[in-house]
Design a binder for this molecule. Structure first.
Ligand SMILES: [Fe+2]
Length: 129
């Protein structure tokens, strides 16, 4: 489009990365950390899906079909990454839950399982289309 893109710090993404860092600092068990980091990575993917979906729509409204095609390609890659993370979460959250069995609170295990539930198979569907 013969424009020079300029960088701008993304506070939303910065916050998501901070959340992931805080999970590491809390020093949970290995399985719990994996589950938490996968959920953090999925938040990042969903943020990216929203961003690419929006600019893809802008490009479509502007009649920039080449940009639409490229943005849709990237959007699909982000969705695939999210699906891979969902597949991992389905395995790892069960392991994290199992490793909690000997510990004191069921509430912790439920929180880990819930962390990936709402994203399962729904990444970006029905939005920004
Ligand atoms: Fe991504």
């Amino acid at each position: 489009m013969d424009e020079s893109p300029k960088g701008k710090k993304c506070k939303g993404m910065e916050g998501l990365i901070t959340e992931g860092s805080e999970m590491i600092e809390e020093d949970p068990g290995n399985e719990e950390l994996d589950a938490g980091l996968i959920s953090a990575a999925q938040r990042v993917e969903h943020y990216e899906i929203a961003g690419y979906g929006c600019v893809r729509t802008y490009a479509r409204l502007l009649g920039e079909e080449d940009a639409v095609s490229l943005l849709e390609q990237t959007l699909e890659e982000e969705k695939e990454a999210d699906q891979k993370l969902t597949s991992l979460a389905e395995q790892i959250n069960l392991q994290a839950g199992d490793s909690d069995d000997d510990e004191e609170e069921d509430g912790d295990r439920r929180a880990v399982k819930v962390s990936s539930g709402p994203q399962r198979g729904k990444a970006g569907k029905g939005r920004n289309r």
